[in-house]
Design a binder for this molecule. Structure first.
Ligand code: GLV
Ligand code: MN
Ligand code: MN
Ligand code: MN
Length: 414
């Protein structure tokens, strides 16, 4: 019944180019971080495109953006498809935008073909998936799934000094055309197209990955405090140097965590030294640690080891350590029944697909807590992502959206 269904590939590719220009960088990537003016511009463009096609536009209090194409029965929970529009500071053109624009392409194709669906289909662009400007990541999908915005988010500060609450308010106000909607509502299922962000599909020459689940993530913020003092006059015995403690701790952890376990990931992506003077021993060093693993037990063990090593090295330098967990995403498995629908859709679309686990986190992880969720991966060049050189071959962008269209017709038409 779904054989022969096709999206408009040229339109999808043109849209990808248009959105990549919003925050486009000299390196060919995108810097469109969450809740910035550029993020707002991309939401405005998506809203304009949606209104032109007669879709209704909604926004909830965390600024998740919804574009709704009505179904025969408006009371049925909608089928939700989408991703995010925010990017990393040195991000690529496809991370998030591909999923959001593939979903929008599917909505437009349904309209082009005048296909009636039993239930409404809605495209969603979730707020702040990346979590790099304001932590944590997946703010939009987390608040949606929990039906509330955690109080402490209101006072968050961005890495660029901006405050969360006014940035959120300005983003909400930047879309006067959008109707307001409360946080969270019943959802039939959620599907997300995304680049794999790893090398597995490309190395096997496969156009599609059907994602069976997402490994766990834990973000820690470690602050080591010593005493600032003169760089030239302070001899070793008088120093309480937090940087010495940090480098010693990291040398142990880099050696220990990843080599011992091929499934473990350990990344330090941000470090701030205060007061930050060339000729002063730092008073404090603050750094983030990103831990990933498919099992919660190993995440617990890695976190315990980080604590133990930092405390030991700090003691040796007469420094203090504070360790805060700023983000914790338990691993998730997507429901087999929905994966079967994707298998069936891949077959009817004539696309070779393989089941795989996601190493990156995604909004689908939180959506899976309140509705059946699953994801479609497409390959990216050299497995590279969170990098301006991120690249998806046009035929793979088209393949992902085509599979999504087939899956939507299986899920929304009955
Ligand atoms: C998402 O961007 C992640 O870091 O996995
Ligand atoms: Mn993403
Ligand atoms: Mn990302
Ligand atoms: Mn992500």
């Amino acid at each position: 019944m779904t054989e022969g269904l096709a999206i408009n590939g040229e339109r999808l590719l043109e849209r990808l180019d248009r959105f990549a220009a919003i925050g486009g960088t000299d390196q060919g990537g995108v810097n469109r971080q969450a809740l910035t003016v550029l993020d707002r511009q991309s939401r405005t463009l998506l809203t304009e495109l949606a209104l032109k096609r007669g879709f209704s536009v909604f926004q909830d209090p965390i600024a998740n953006l919804f574009l709704r194409r009505e179904g025969k029965n408006p009371d049925l929970p909608p089928l939700l498809i989408g991703s995010h529009l925010d990017s990393q500071p040195a991000g690529g053109r496809f991370d998030g935008a591909l999923g959001t624009l593939s979903a929008f392409e599917v909505l437009e194709t349904l309209e082009d073909l005048a296909m009636t669906t039993e239930r409404a289909v809605e495209v969603v662009a979730f707020t702040n998936e990346e979590g790099c400007r304001f932590a944590p990541g997946c703010m939009g999908s987390m608040a949606f799934a929990e039906g509330a915005i955690p109080d402490h988010w209101r006072t968050l500060k961005a890495t660029d000094g901006a405050d969360f609450a006014p940035e959120l308010a300005a983003t909400l106000q930047s879309l006067p055309e959008a109707q307001s909607r409360p946080l969270g509502f019943p959802v039939h299922a959620y599907l997300e197209v995304h680049i794999e962000q790893g090398p597995s599909l490309e190395s096997q020459g496969l156009p599609i990955g059907i994602v069976t689940g997402i490994q766990g993530t834990r973000w820690l913020e470690v602050t080591v405090t010593g005493q600032t003092a003169h760089a030239g006059t302070t001899a070793l015995t008088y120093r309480r140097d937090p940087m010495r403690a940090v480098t010693a701790a990291l040398a142990v952890l880099y050696q220990e965590i990843m080599p011992a376990d091929p499934s473990a990931r350990f990344t330090v992506g941000r470090m701030t030294l205060s007061p930050g003077a060339t000729n002063a021993i730092p008073e404090s060093v603050r750094l983030t640690i990103d831990l990933r693993h498919p099992t919660p037990e190993r995440l617990d063990a890695m976190e315990a080891r980080v604590k133990e090593i930092f405390e030991g090295e700090a003691r040796g330098e007469a420094c203090k350590v504070m360790l805060a967990r700023i983000f914790d995403m338990a691993p998730t498995q997507f429901p087999p029944a929905l994966l079967e629908v994707l298998d069936q859709a891949a077959e009817s679309a004539g696309l070779a697909a393989q089941h795989m686990l996601s190493g990156a986190f995604h909004d689908a992880l939180f959506m899976n807590r309140i509705a059946p969720a699953a994801m479609i991966f497409v390959p990216c060049r050299d497995g590279l992502s969170h990098n301006p050189a991120e690249h998806v071959e046009p035929e793979h962008s088209i393949a992902g959206a085509t599979l999504l269209l087939h899956a939507v017709s299986l899920l929304a038409c009955v």
